[in-house]
Design a protein around this ligand. Structure first.
Ligand SMILES: *[C@@H]1O[C@H](CO)[C@@H](O)[C@H](O)[C@H]1NC(C)=O
Ligand SMILES: *[C@@H]1O[C@H](CO)[C@@H](O)[C@H](O)[C@H]1NC(C)=O
Ligand SMILES: *[C@@H]1O[C@H](CO)[C@@H](O)[C@H](O)[C@H]1NC(C)=O
Ligand SMILES: *[C@@H]1O[C@H](CO)[C@@H](O)[C@H](O)[C@H]1NC(C)=O
Ligand SMILES: *[C@@H]1O[C@H](CO)[C@@H](O)[C@H](O)[C@H]1NC(C)=O
Ligand SMILES: *[C@@H]1O[C@H](CO)[C@@H](O)[C@H](O)[C@H]1NC(C)=O
Ligand SMILES: *[C@@H]1O[C@H](CO)[C@@H](O)[C@H](O)[C@H]1NC(C)=O
Ligand SMILES: *[C@@H]1O[C@H](CO)[C@@H](O)[C@H](O)[C@H]1NC(C)=O
Ligand SMILES: *[C@@H]1O[C@H](CO)[C@@H](O)[C@H](O)[C@H]1NC(C)=O
Ligand SMILES: CC(=O)N[C@H]1CO[C@H](CO)[C@@H](O)[C@@H]1O
Length: 800
């Protein structure tokens, strides 16, 4: 093959052409050419060396014929010939003897040319202004790059009427994007989105009005940007810099995100930050808040359909609402897609309705896309109305007004000025698929370790040598992924638990000063971890007897430590030192469910349903989905904590097993709290997960009616045990009597009745009649019908 030789010749020729030019003259003579080879291709620099013209590889084997700032490390591109048509390696640009500039790809196909043949072009030149020109013998410009701007204009460059800048597609993709800046024929300077992929403008989102007079948009040599009239008089100033051109590079670019910015860059390399800055002496970007400016009747807005735009210090950013994710993470302006199957309106949509939830977002809205508008309604009504309506994708609630919108939602934005709240309908996560995200991987890790462990025990010599190594690698890799683990402390193998010293916890709790709560066998203190960036924790000191089996403690802690679910309070670490048995948990800022349920501001019906479901999911995880089954034994409102987003998190699970005070099932041995404990505790029946179902049933009744299970007798006629009372009222169809005050739930009696029926199933005296947690969850979610429950029996009242 003769290719290598040809390539070498080719290279030498190119190299020679280039070096001759560089040494003798800044004029590029007819017949000169450049070839795209690799990223540091030869290029044609300007006399000062500040700008250069040539090929840049902006994508894998994708070259741009471009002009760039050559003395800046990033070599910022300011112009390109073929933005929508990158050329491969081997492509060539040539100044023909006819005086035409032609870009051919590697196969010789013409990609771009200047249409200047026959106009007397004598030479080409890269000027110090950043303008690349083709000039005739008397040095008049026949063609100049300044007349064909892409997304940037430079000082001394002008935009005439009908002149347009198109933003690039993304920060790294130079092709024609979704925004334009135009000096329109009517004299107005406007920013608008394009009707992408067509390049025609939509409505303007920013404009400088110069009706009938605006003639030229000028970026002059001193860094001023303004619009002049035909006779040259100044009409409106857009931006002005006080910085001298001698010391600063300047450019004005329509960014891919639609913001037009005037940038400066300090030339002096020893004091330069190496970054383009906005010139803070002026207002140097427009519009001030693009998120609030784009309100299109067609098109998705600044962040695309369903996306939400928020102005940060560094500029506008896009995000997706909960339950949605970017269509293309590398192109956030393309918008967001739902992570669930949107509700259909066909047959079965009524049953489907229960599979959806509402996520809230404050100070946000979507502008447009409305199809229904209600006044003087409550937030709860708005929520339920959207949930019940198969068309509704999001509802905007604002002071008694409920506006429903359907997919896709345009012009999403977040700003403190927006007083509304978005109620976004999302599909519920299927709790059996991957609760809490990551629980399944946790389980897998665990299994891998057990398998490895058992092979080591039975393996032969060589395996004995190899397997520990592999196990070590697996374990250490899973640690390095979990950066939270402190390096200084031993960790129970296979999980992310920290071993604290007693001294450390004493320090963290300020000598066990602030007590959060106290149970029969433990005291909880608030603490702040020195090693955790001031993270608040709850430190639970167990009252254990000396002589506890350390191995058992560790086994139990590791069982709890492996749990990972969004509805469980996460165990962070522990201490077993001398007689100390201490557990360290995440701190839950909103206290216990008991505090809110029976307190002043009880949660609304919607929130209560949500909490009930969350607890059910947490319990389902403990019973059926964690690596070893955990029976809680003490479900009650005091043990349900609420995090700062009011999500219910079960705490204290597994603890009953840790405190093996007495194994016999006598009255004194009952673990749990009066009223919530299942009858089998008293009957010497085997204790199974069904004891938690019972307690959950009682708790569910408390959640529905915001009443304590035992209430101090107020009126003579009022029964005091909620479970009995609820069953009676259910039988007599008088459940509304159980509500205190005027609860919104009273407008939702069908759902109330369903929840009560579920609760009654849970508190059946016969454990076999109680549903398991899976069934309970499915019933709450509405996936499974609830049949009429039998009388839970009179046992409950007789134990008192
Ligand atoms: C470029 O060519 C023109 C016309 O031939 C000449 O006037 C000018 O001096 C040349 N410039 C340089 C830098 O050689
Ligand atoms: C160069 O172009 C200018 C403007 O078009 C024209 O006036 C001039 O005659 C041309 N000179 C030559 C030598 O062609
Ligand atoms: C840039 O974006 C355009 C529009 O989506 C796409 O067609 C093109 O392939 C992208 N170019 C590169 C190099 O990724
Ligand atoms: C640029 O424009 C400003 C404002 O109109 C003016 O003061 C300045 O002299 C101009 N500079 C040049 C080099 O024309
Ligand atoms: C230039 O045009 C503007 C508006 O078109 C007008 O107000 C102004 O008087 C004109 N100036 C001169 C010197 O003609
Ligand atoms: C560049 O900056 C350095 C440090 O600030 C200063 O000492 C030097 O004089 C500057 N050079 C020029 C040419 O301004
Ligand atoms: C220069 O390039 C680096 C690396 O790609 C990037 O982190 C930095 O932000 C760029 N600077 C500017 C001014 O774009
Ligand atoms: C937000 O409200 C303040 C006070 O009313 C107002 O000054 C400001 O311009 C508003 N901001 C936006 C982006 O609308
Ligand atoms: C206790 O806290 C102090 C101050 O916060 C710190 O200097 C000291 O190292 C801590 N001791 C332990 C054992 O963490
Ligand atoms: C109901 C309640 O107490 N909500 C609080 C939960 O915690 C957040 C942040 O700590 C507060 O802002 C809420 O008011």
């Amino acid at each position: 093959m003769a290719c290598p030789l040809i390539n070498l010749l080719f290279f030498l020729l190119t190299f020679l052409t280039f070096s001759t030019l560089a040494q003798t003259s800044k004029n590029i003579s007819l017949g000169s050419s450049l070839t795209a080879v690799k990223d540091d291709n030869p290029s044609w620099p300007s006399p000062s060396g500040e700008f250069a013209f040539g090929f840049r590889e902006v994508a894998k084997n994708g070259f741009l014929l471009a002009i760039w700032f050559d003395e800046i490390p990033n070599k910022t591109i300011v112009w390109s010939a073929n933005r929508d048509n990158l050329v491969p390696r081997g492509s060539k640009v040539e100044l023909t003897v006819d005086g035409e500039f032609i870009l051919n790809d590697a196969t010789g196909k013409r990609i771009w040319y200047t249409q200047s043949a026959g106009s007397g072009v004598a030479y080409a030149s890269m000027l110090d202004t950043g303008n690349f020109v083709l000039a005739n013998r008397s040095s008049s410009n026949v063609w100049e790059s300044f007349s064909y701007p892409t997304d940037t204009i430079l000082p001394s460059q002008t935009l005439n009427q009908n002149g347009i800048l198109y933003a690039r597609y993304t920060a790294k993709n130079y092709s024609t994007g979704r925004f334009l800046l135009s000096l329109q024929l009517d004299g107005n300077l406007v920013l608008a989105t394009t009707n992408f992929p067509q390049d025609t403008p939509n409505e303007a989102y920013w404009s400088v009005q110069n009706p009938n007079t605006g003639f030229r948009f000028i970026f002059n040599e001193s860094g001023f940007m303004y619009v002049t009239s035909k006779n040259g008089s100044l009409l409106s100033t857009i931006s002005s810099s006080m910085l001298s051109m001698k010391d600063f590079y300047q450019r004005a670019t329509l960014e891919y995100n639609g913001v037009f910015r005037h940038y400066v860059y300090l030339k002096n390399t020893s004091s330069s930050s190496g970054r383009w800055h906005m010139d803070w002496s002026t207002s140097s970007y427009e519009p001030p808040n693009i998120c609030m400016s784009i309100l299109e009747s067609r098109g998705g807005g600044a962040c695309g359909f369903n996306g939400l735009c928020k102005l940060e210090d560094q500029g506008p950013t896009c995000q997706c609402p909960n339950g949605y994710s970017f269509i293309d993470p590398n192109d956030e302006l393309r918008g967001c897609k739902p992570d669930f199957v949107p509700q259909s309106c066909g047959e079965g949509s009524r049953e489907e309705a229960d599979l959806f939830d509402i996520q809230e977002l404050q100070n946000a809205d979507y502008y447009g896309g409305d199809y229904a508008d209600f006044r003087e309604v409550s937030e709860d009504w708005c929520r339920q109305n959207c949930l019940d309506d198969c068309f509704c994708g999001v509802a905007l609630f604002r002071t008694g007004q409920c506006v429903k919108k359907r997919l896709p939602f345009p012009n999403g934005r977040i700003h403190p000025n927006l007083t509304g709240k978005l109620l976004i309908k999302v599909g519920k996560r299927n709790p059996t698929v991957n609760p809490g995200g990551g629980a399944n991987t946790e389980k897998k890790d665990h299994k891998t370790l057990i398998i490895f462990g058992s092979i080591i025990l039975s393996g032969s010599g060589i395996l004995n040598f190899l397997l520990p190594l592999i196990t070590y690698l697996v374990v250490s890799r899973s640690y390095s992924r979990k950066a939270k683990v402190s390096q200084n402390h031993p960790v129970i193998s296979g999980m992310n638990l920290k071993h604290f010293t007693y001294e450390e916890l004493k320090n963290a709790t300020n000598q066990f000063k602030e007590e959060l709560g106290r149970g029969a066998s433990a005291i909880v203190f608030k603490g702040v971890l020195a090693s955790g960036n001031g993270k608040s924790v709850a430190v639970k000191s167990l009252d254990t007897r000396v002589g506890e089996n350390d191995l058992e403690f560790k086994a139990e802690v590791s069982a709890i430590g492996r749990t990972n679910h969004r509805n469980l309070v996460q165990l962070l670490g522990f201490c077993y030192e001398g007689e100390h048995r201490i557990l360290v948990y995440e701190f839950m800022s909103n206290g216990s469910l008991a505090g809110v349920l029976f307190g002043e501001s009880m949660p609304n019906w919607y929130q209560r349903r949500q909490i009930a479901l969350e607890i059910a999911r947490g319990l389902l995880y403990l019973h059926e989905e964690s690596s070893s089954q955990i029976i809680h034994c003490d479900i009650k409102p005091q043990n349900i904590l609420l995090d700062d987003s009011l999500t219910a998190r079960i705490s204290d699970f597994g603890l009953a097993k840790l405190l093996r005070i007495d194994q016999t099932l006598t009255m004194t041995g009952i673990r749990g709290t009066k009223g919530y404990v299942a009858p089998e505790w008293f009957k010497r029946l085997p204790i199974t997960a069904k004891v938690d179902i019972y307690s959950y049933g009682i708790l569910l009744l408390e959640i529905i009616f915001c009443r304590k299970h035992f209430e101090a007798a107020a009126e003579d006629e009022g029964p005091m045990i909620l479970a009995d009372w609820a069953y009676d009222c259910y039988k007599q169809n008088k459940l509304h009597q159980l509500f205190k005050n005027n609860d919104e739930a009273m407008h939702d009696m069908k759902m109330v009745e369903k929840y009560v029926m579920i609760a009654i199933w849970c508190i059946q005296e016969d454990p076999l009649l109680r549903p398991n947690m899976k069934k309970v969850t499915l019933m709450l979610e509405g996936t499974v019908e609830v049949s009429a429950p039998p009388d839970p029996s009179s046992f409950i009242s007789s134990i008192l």
